[in-house]
Design a protein around this ligand. Structure first.
Ligand code: ADE
Length: 228
């Protein structure tokens, strides 16, 4: 079974529309839809915005459905000059850019206890998704996804995230889901299409491009799962 987590309903609804034989179950206030896309068993959840909702969703999904892998799909803000609006970043690794125990001598983003900054994604699954972005006519990039409880909308914050972490884009959930998947040994991949440039224009661009960007990611997931 493949688990799919999106933050907002605009990122999940197209996928939900093509699921067959679906049934809902609410856990932690989050609705999980179990069903089928093509021959694949799927569980889909719209977790809400931010790391706590994302982690609660990933834990619940793993406990209740034991998915073989989890894919995080949706939109993000581009923080690298090499990534443009409506490009799709397939995550190579995820980092939590707002995790900060540097006053204790740690490096930025370090998760104490497990001693990790970057959570690597599943290579095989990510390669497949990359191929499907291109098959669907999208512009695929590989890169690091930086997650924090912050909508990034300034050149200064954007520069910090790209410089400190070598990130391609910023989101608000992926790093939390990757973290939960890591501690539960569940293969994970992230697919994020750029709605904005995480700069001073980000709020307006997000409003304008969010649905279009979400559709690009959703189409890739649907096509990939339908042909699996
Ligand atoms: N998701 C979409 N755009 C974003 C941004 N600029 N910052 C964080 N998450 C986002």
């Amino acid at each position: 079974m493949t688990g799919i987590i999106a933050a907002m309903s605009c990122e999940a609804e197209l996928i939900l529309n093509v699921m067959r034989d679906k049934s809902p179950r609410v856990i932690c206030g989050i609705t999980f839809w179990q069903g089928k896309i093509g021959n694949e068993d799927v569980v889909l959840a719209t977790c809400g915005v931010g790391k706590v909702f994302a982690a609660a969703c990933a834990v619940s999904m793993i406990m209740a459905y034991s998915p073989d892998r989890i894919i995080n799909t949706g939109v993000a803000g581009a923080v690298s000059g090499e990534v443009n609006k409506l490009d799709t970043v397939v995550g190579t690794a995820l980092v939590q850019h707002d995790m900060d125990t540097t006053p204790l001598g740690d490096e930025p983003g370090l998760i104490s206890g497990i001693n990790k900054v970057y959570f690597e994604t599943d290579r095989e699954l990510s390669d497949e998704l990359y191929r499907y972005v291109e098959l669907c006519g999208g512009k695929a990039k590989r890169g690091i996804v930086a997650t924090g409880d912050q909508f990034v909308a300034s050149a200064e914050v954007k520069r910090r995230i790209s410089t400190l972490f070598g990130a391609s884009c910023a989101d608000m959930e992926g790093g939390a889901i990757a973290h939960v998947c890591y501690i539960n040994n569940v293969p994970f991949a992230a697919l994020r299409t750029m709605s904005d440039g995480a700069d001073g224009d980000a709020s307006g661009d997000f409003m304008e491009f969010c649905n279009k960007a979400a559709k690009i990611s959703s189409d890739v997931i649907i096509t990939y799962l339908s042909t699996k």
